[in-house]
Write a protein that binds this ligand. Structure first.
Ligand code: KG4
Ligand code: ZN
Length: 347
């Protein structure tokens, strides 16, 4: 069979997206976001997001097909994010994808959105080398994976014991008064601050806890330390040096992620590190990973920003992997899984 053509559909959170991938080539990529509708509430409101998905689904899919100069008849398969994510949002994308699959007679794959975040790197850097390490940093996930054979053998090496890195940024951002999502605001302010201005702890890197959890992460202590510091400065009547707070936070988080990822590469004999997830758009993390990669002789594959945040290309690309690997399509009545574990690549 020639290289598969897959339509990918995404609706886990506040982005409705559709894309067409042919082999490892991106033919179209359409994203509609309801982010602005949530900003004034300080977080994603599931009911608003679900309604926005219902409105954007048909226009997004139609445009993705039109941009690729195709109709549904031209695709070999359809892939859709089946989880993890907001249940009502997933239900819209999955129901829509099932309708398209039923009407066109095409096989349908309900895929794991989080794994999609690393799969997408193939569009930019080509296939995964065997036995590689992957760092996933999204809003809800911070995990190190050992990808022995994509997509057949993927093991979790480490994960966050509490908050994800993105979550930690979003919480500190809220404290500093930035609108949702706060991560990009911290990034921007951090670019003008001193990363060593404030001492921010690096969770699970030292002593017994560090030894017991060499590849796990903990960011809730980081968040608490920054919050305490800000509160005590405010109580003392001092102005908060926002840029310095952001730079110190970003440096601490990026350093822990880069160190643990490099250690994992050493342990698993991988000279490639695949990075994905919304938080991989963070410029401090990107710089730190590239710097550490250079030092350790590891090629770091971080996708361009538009492929880091939620999109349909990641879903379509992962669909191509499943088709190529001969994985059976999902049953027509497969359910969504809002808490889909990393150990499950598809339904
Ligand atoms: O992967 P993603 O788009 O959504 C999930 O699947 O969870 O990740 C969203 C997360 C949010 O926490 C957001 O604040 C963070 O990624 N983020 C950033 C940046 N861009 C997005 N965090 C820091 N710096 C950025 N430039
Ligand atoms: Zn995501």
């Amino acid at each position: 069979m020639s290289e598969p053509i897959v339509l990918g559909i995404e609706s886990t959170c506040d982005e409705t997206a559709a894309a067409i991938v042919h082999g490892r080539e991106l033919l179209s990529n359409v994203v509609a976001s309801s982010m602005e509708e949530h900003a004034r509430y300080g977080g994603v409101i599931p009911e608003i997001a679900s309604r926005a998905h219902a409105e954007a689904f048909v226009p997004c899919v139609s445009k993705a097909l039109a941009d690729a100069n195709m109709t549904l008849a031209d695709v070999d398969a359809i892939a859709v994010s089946a989880g993890p994510g907001l249940a009502g949002c997933l239900a819209v994308g999955v129901s829509g994808a099932k309708a398209l699959a039923w009407a066109s007679g095409k096989p349908l794959y309900g895929i794991n959105h989080v794994i999609g975040h690393i799969a997408v790197t193939q569009l930019q850097f080509g296939a995964f080398p065997p036995d590689t390490l992957a760092l996933i940093v999204s809003g809800g996930h911070t995990s190190l994976l050992h990808v022995e054979d994509m997509p057949r053998k993927i093991d979790v090496v480490g994960t966050t014991l509490d908050d994800a890195a993105g979550e930690c940024f979003d919480k500190v951002a809220r404290l500093l008064g930035f609108p949702y999502p706060g991560g990009p605001h911290i990034d921007r302010h951090a670019q003008h601050g001193d990363p060593h201005a404030i001492r921010v702890p690096q969770g699970l890197t030292q002593g017994k806890a560090g030894a017991a959890h060499p590849y796990d992460f903990s960011f809730s202590g980081v968040k608490t330390a920054v919050a305490r510091w800000v509160e005590s400065e405010q109580a003392a009547g001092h102005d908060i040096p926002v840029d310095d707070v952001c730079a110190s936070l970003a440096d601490s988080v990026a350093t822990v992620l880069a160190r643990k990822a490099m250690r994992g590469c050493e342990q698993y004999g991988s000279n490639t590190l695949i990075v994905g997830g919304g938080f991989s758009a963070n410029s401090q993390l990107r710089a730190k990973l590239l710097e550490y990669g250079e030092k350790h002789g590891v090629e770091v594959r971080i996708p361009q920003i538009k492929l880091c945040t939620d999109n349909g290309a990641m879903v379509a690309m992962f669909g191509v992997n499943l088709v190529e690997a001969g994985v059976a399509p999902s049953a027509p009545d497969f359910a969504i899984d809002s808490a889909m574990p990393l150990t499950k690549v598809s339904m």
